[in-house]
Structures are given as C-alpha cells and as structure tokens.
Design a protein around this ligand. Structure first.
Ligand SMILES: Nc1ncnc2c1ncn2[C@@H]1O[C@H](COP(=O)(O)OP(=O)(O)OP(=O)(O)O)[C@@H](O)[C@H]1O
Ligand SMILES: [Mg+2]
Length: 313
C-alpha cells in the first residue's frame, strides 16, 4: 500500500452566500504526481488555498504527513510547500539570495540544502543571476525550489504551467515528476487541461461544480476514451449505392458521398478489406477510406464533468 501524504475528507466551504465546495474527499500518496483537474470555476484554487492554510475550512478534515490541520496546525503546515498564484520573489536579488532570504524564515535549511534544491530544479547554472533576468519558466522553477526547501512531504502548485511555452512546460513537468518519483514527494498540481494532466500525473481527481467526481489512474482515463470499435469515413461516388451494400455493418450516412462505418476493433482490417472488395465489385467508385479520429480524452472529460462520472467503472 502506498502511503497517503495528504488525506482530505468531507471538505465543505461556503464563501459569501455561495456553497463552493461540496464534500471533497481524496487521498494523495507519497511519490506520486496527483492531478486536480477541472474546468474554470470548479473549485481547484479554493481547495488548494484551504490545504495550504490561506483559507479556513468550514467542515471536513485535512491531514498532511500524518498531522491533522486543525489539531496540529504547525506540524501539518511544516509538511506543505506550495505556490498559489505566482511565486513571491525579489527581482533585484539573485536566485540564491531569494532562497537564502526565504530560508531565514524556515528552520534548519542549510547552504547544502539550497544547493540541493537548486540542482533538483535545474537552475545550478543561473542561480547567481538576478531574478529580474529570469524567464517565467525559470521563475516558476525557483518558486518550486523555494517551496521544497524545508523538505515538505507535500508540494502543491495551482496551475503551474500557466503562461509557460511548450519547452518550459516540459521542463517543469519533468522536474515535478522527478520530485515525486525520485524524491518521494507527493506533488499535487491543478489544471483545466486534460492533455497536460495525462502527461504529468500518475492519478487524476476530477472536480466539477465544487464536487469530486472521481479519482482515476491516467491509464483508466485513457481506456475510458476507447469505444471498442474503429470508425472509418468512406468517400464514394454515391452514398446511396454504397449503403445498399452495407447491410450487416454499423454505418451512418453523413452526406451524398460520405458514410461513417464502424468495425469491431479486433478484426477491423479484415472487415474493411471485405467491404471494400464488395463495393468495388459492385461498381461503386471508392475514392478514399480514412480513419475517423478517436474520441479524444477531452471529450471524455467533458462527458465526465457533465454526467457525474457514470462512464468510468
Ligand atoms: N471570495 C469568493 N467569494 C465568492 N465566491 C468565490 C470566491 N472565490 C471564488 N469564488 C467562486 O468559487 C468557485 C470556485 O472558484 P475557484 O477559483 O476555486 O475555481 P478554479 O477551479 O480554481 O477555477 P479556475 O480554473 O478559473 O482557476 C467559482 O464559482 C468562484 O466564482
Ligand atoms: Mg483557479
């Protein structure tokens, strides 16, 4: 069994008159990247702010590294590192000076530890330059270094790849994966992008309208997007003539010259070859057969968030 570094149960939050979070519960383990996935306004930031202690919880329990946030606030907080919105950095100081400044507020952070985190986030070459000269990606990585200085068990980042270019996203993704998989940290990241979560996370919790719809491994999410059939688009001179020869096939006529045909995944090639032969022998002009793009994970995500998660078992 994996060790839960973060246990959230029955979290409820009302802001103003609005009940924002409804019974949010999940566990995130040491050594994994846990994704918190949901559309805008789902409640990701609110949940994260509560976990890092920026907002008070109305109802529910949070345990960080074995410490209850209500009964043992300081110890729970000592096990959390996080960036909510932008990392707070002094631009006129070097990266190292920023870390030293921050280390003064934390107990037991040595110069060696600073070197160690700098290496973990891949900033060794640039750490003695002024932060004002850093790219957004470098600032974000320095923020991560700062957040893990005190050896927290849990690192939380709210939409950390926002605004980064593809190279910056990949660098950050690799660093976060390595912190989880090699250093054993429980990394929790939020995003509204399914594709990003798929590449970065081991497991993903889907949140919509302030409720947790479910927690899935990335493999489960991918398999949920499979339909068991392969669909092809047939382009011929006449959908009418072609469809007359398609008895026994599962097909949909889309216009006068195009038909979508579904084949069972296990023998799609064979079934397609047979149909093609039949059409050609009957004098139908077969101009093209092209695979129809498989249902994207994004579609599944939209379905999941709209339907309450009934598709995944
Ligand atoms: N201070 C507040 N008072 C009232 N409602 C709020 C407050 N802060 C947030 N909300 C509402 O709570 C809901 C959840 O917001 P939250 O910022 O947690 O969502 P999110 O998942 O982080 O969205 P995004 O992807 O846009 O960052 C939204 O409907 C938002 O309008
Ligand atoms: Mg947010």
């Amino acid at each position: 069994m994996s060790n839960a570094a973060l246990i959230i149960s029955g979290l409820n939050k009302t802001l103003g008159k609005k009940h924002i979070l409804h019974d949010i519960s999940f566990e995130a383990y040491e050594g994994e990247v846990f994704g918190f996935l949901g559309p805008n306004g789902a409640g990701k930031t609110t949940t994260i702010k509560i976990i890092v202690g920026l907002l008070r919880l109305d109802e529910g329990e949070i345990e960080v590294g074995g410490f209850d946030i209500k009964k043992n606030y300081e110890k729970a907080m000592a096990n959390i590192g996080g960036i909510v919105e932008n990392p707070e950095l002094y631009k006129y100081m070097t990266g190292r000076q920023n870390l030293m400044q921050y280390a003064r507020m934390r107990e037991g952070v040595t110069a060696e530890r600073i070197d160690e985190v700098v290496k973990l986030v891949g900033l060794s070459n640039r750490i003695d330059e002024k932060v004002g000269k850093y790219s957004l990606g470098m600032r974000q990585r320095l923020g991560v270094a700062q957040a893990i200085l005190h050896h927290p068990k849990v690192l939380i980042l709210d939409e950390p790849t926002n605004g980064l270019d593809p190279a910056g996203i990949k660098e950050l993704r690799d660093i976060l994966k390595s912190l989880a998989h090699n250093e054993g940290i429980c990394v929790l990241v939020s995003s509204h992008l399914m594709s990003e979560m798929e590449l970065m996370c081991d497991r993903v919790g889907i949140i919509a309208n302030g409720s947790m719809i479910g927690v899935y491994t990335v493999a489960e999410m991918i398999s949920a997007s499979k339909t068991g059939t392969d669909e092809y688009i047939y382009e011929t001179d006449s959908s009418e003539k072609a469809s007359a020869l398609m008895a026994g096939y599962n097909f949909t006529i889309t216009d006068e010259t195009h038909i979508d045909v579904e084949f069972p995944e296990e023998n799609a090639s064979q079934a397609m070859a047979e149909l093609n032969e039949k059409l050609i022998l009957a004098g139908v002009k077969l101009y093209s057969v092209s695979p129809k793009e498989k249902k994207k994970l994004e579609d599944v995500f939209i379905e999941l968030t709209q339907s309450g998660g009934a598709q995944i078992e």
